[in-house]
Write a protein that binds this ligand. Sequence first.
Ligand SMILES: Cc1ncc(COP(=O)(O)O)c(C=O)c1O
Length: 332
Amino acid sequence: MQGGPGQWSPNLTVVDIRPDILSAIGDTPLVRLARVHPPGNLVAKVESMNPGGSIKERIGLGMIERAERMGLLHPGDTIVEPTSGNTGVGLAMVAALRGYRLIAVMADKQSKEKQDLLRAYGAEVVVCPTAVAPDDPRSYYSVAAELASRPGHFRPDQYSNPANPDAHYRTTGPEIWRQTDGQIGVLVAGVGTGGTITGVARFLKEQNPDVRIVGVDPRGSIFTATGPADVTAYLTEGVGEDFWPDTFDRALVDEYEVVTDGEAFAMTRRVTREEGILVGGSGGMAIEGALRVARRMPAELVVVVVPDGGRNYLSKIFDDAWMRDHGFGEGT
Ligand SMILES: Cc1ncc(COP(=O)(O)O)c(C=O)c1O
């Protein structure tokens, strides 16, 4: 086709063409996991089918639009965010389309694929050590705070930004309600910033206060720790924390399932092979927790959120040598 942008002006109410990739975010499918759980009451919200591959694109757009409305972000400014990768992709997509620079600050436990992916979208990546306290100046939280304090730099901060849970209240929650025709009995999700579980739970409980909300937590995370000694290192990425984020309304969670790295990774591989859905480690973790719930509550429709896909973890969870080196066997 000849001509530059704007020279071809079809009637956009007739053709099926999105104005840009951001408008392809959301409306992901609910898929029954009938091979892993034959009774059929376990279904997955497959968020890896978002255009950038994860649930976090929903919040990237929401946080940037809020900042623009509040006058916190101006054309040409730099967005700085500490991110395990997926939020970075969501922000990178918005930054590319709206003319912002993005610096993603990551911990070194995150996979190399995640770093490479962000660079591919045009982001700058700063890698920081995982094995330091959050208030250590070398931690990824501290490095991001210093960068964000510079003029012309804005930090969305997915751990405190109300646009994070709000994106799920406006999109993910209503989608699940509509797709299940209001028949959802239990919502199961992992908790990182808590944005997903908070926004979705708030919406679902407004529709039906009896919808049960189950958080799934990696062993070692603070959300299910009984004391400081329980807060230890673990390898499942994107979920669990060593502090309580402002974006997480813990009062909405009715109960938790605790899942070990080994259990999460075995389920990640099993779901991928048996259902043909390439899920990430936090999705495998959430499905392991949801399977326990679905077995316990056979009369309830259990919806589990799968935040991202397995391509981010080919050199880890899906790599037999990596699994063996970390003492997990090779999964199933
Ligand atoms: C892979 C992955 N799974 C799960 C989550 C948790 O979602 P939320 O932050 O909404 O609690 C994240 C968050 O960063 C993530 O990156």
